[in-house]
Design a protein around this ligand. Structure first.
Ligand SMILES: NC(=O)c1ccc[n+]([C@@H]2O[C@H](COP(=O)([O-])OP(=O)(O)OC[C@H]3O[C@@H](n4cnc5c(N)ncnc54)[C@H](O)[C@@H]3O)[C@@H](O)[C@H]2O)c1
Ligand SMILES: O=C(O)C[C@H](O)C(=O)O
Length: 354
């Protein structure tokens, strides 16, 4: 059936940000979104920090995902340009841009999944924890918006230090009375992506055939690859184990140093974020057997948050898997990881509770 004139006008204005709309146009915009939903069934996804180094390629890859019907791109700078650019891609998702704090609520309302790569990246010589002072406040504000406007959305948190920003988000959600531990996921997929790549190099395999569980957290020694559990089953010499573990733990720093002041991993991170978001959306859709590593509310150790394999379903991280048998090298690594994680978690919790 041909669309009505009103619908056609609404489609023409679908890229306009809500603050620029004239009276009457906003209902047309709603209709455009309904059309988008009706025409291309799928999920509504917001990216917060969409104009950044990760945000831009992430937005592009999300626009290519057939599970996404509506894509909201929010940033405090440059989101109109990124939105105009991405919106010309001839894929199904309707893209809308949102600029600045006053448009945060509109960006978040009705979202099924919110992906957060907002915040400053490292420069050489910095640890992820050095980003805490700036990024903690950014994550708090964004999560307050989520609590208000889309409390049931799944949240994929990328902003560093992930080991602390996830506890911050949890405290914000608890304060707002909407905390659902299954819906808050710290993104550690880049560690898995790197581990698969580096292990495949050593084994002479295609990385797509390799699956390395990476548990713990997302910084230095808290990144704990379980090389004894690699699929396909294989064994490593002590030297290979040491080399691979260090390379996986230092993967972020390797990129920060190579970029020499121009930021940290963005393209591989966007790839990893979309890989993870796609698994989350498949879970939301009800696909069976969706498993990925993520940093979540956990009872796997005595710590309140820990990264391990989780099963993703309609409710988010519906099951958090135990670590399985560890070898001696991994048991020692686990103790080191837990020590550092405990401090980072406490730092995040105190930031909100202070
Ligand atoms: N979890 C991981 O594996 C992983 C991997 C790589 C990077 N990161 C982290 O992701 C974050 C972003 O990295 P990047 O390279 O894209 O940085 P970037 O500086 O290129 O982009 C960050 C974007 O966030 C935006 N922003 C800042 N404050 C904001 C706010 N209050 N609301 C919305 N947007 C805001 C900025 O305007 C910018 O566009 C960093 O903290 C980095 O450490 C995490
Ligand atoms: O290393 C960083 O600072 C960015 C990110 O956490 C990464 O692992 O690449």
């Amino acid at each position: 059936m041909q669309p009505s004139t009103a619908e056609r006008i609404a489609r023409l204005s679908a890229h306009i940000s809500p603050s620029n709309l004239q009276m009457g146009e906003s209902s047309m915009l709603e209709r455009a979104n309904c059309r988008a939903k009706g025409g291309a069934p799928g999920f509504k996804v917001a990216i917060l920090g969409a104009a950044g180094g990760i945000g831009q390629p992430l937005a592009m890859l999300m626009k290519m995902n057939p599970l996404v019907s509506v894509l909201h791109l929010y940033d405090v700078v440059n989101s109109p340009g990124v939105t105009a650019d991405i919106s010309h891609m001839d894929t199904g998702a309707v893209v809308r841009g949102f600029l600045g704090q006053k448009e945060l609520e509109a960006a978040l309302t009705g979202m099924d999944l919110v992906v957060i790569p907002a915040g400053v990246p490292r420069k050489p010589g910095m640890t992820r924890d050095d980003l805490f002072n700036i990024n903690a406040g950014i994550v708090r504000t964004l999560c307050e918006g989520i609590a208000k406007c889309c409390p049931n959305a799944l949240v994929n948190l990328i902003s560093n230090p992930v080991n602390s920003t996830v506890p911050i988000a949890a405290e914000v959600f608890k304060k707002a009375g909407i905390y659902d531990p299954k819906k808050l996921l710290g993104v550690t997929m880049l560690d898995v992506v790197r581990a698969n790549t580096f292990v495949a190099e050593v084994l002479g395999l295609d990385p797509r055939e390799v699956d390395v569980p990476v548990v713990g957290g997302h910084a230095g020694v808290t990144i704990l690859p379980l090389l004894s559990q690699v699929k396909p089953p294989c064994s490593f010499t002590p030297e290979e184990t040491e080399f691979l573990t260090k390379r996986i733990q230092d993967g972020g720093t390797e990129v920060v140093q190579a970029k020499a002041g121009a930021g940290s991993a963005t393209l591989s991170m966007a790839y990893a974020a979309v890989k993870f978001a796609d698994l989350c959306l498949r879970g939301l859709r009800g696909d069976a057997g969706i498993v990925a590593c993520a940093y979540v509310d956990s009872k796997v150790t005595e710590l309140p948050f820990f990264a391990s394999k989780v099963r993703l379903g309609r409710g988010g991280a519906e099951e958090v898997y135990q670590l399985g048998p560890l070898n001696e090298y991994e048991r020692v690594g686990l103790e080191k990881a837990k020590q550092e994680l405990a401090t980072s978690i406490q730092k995040g919790v105190s930031f909100i509770k202070k």
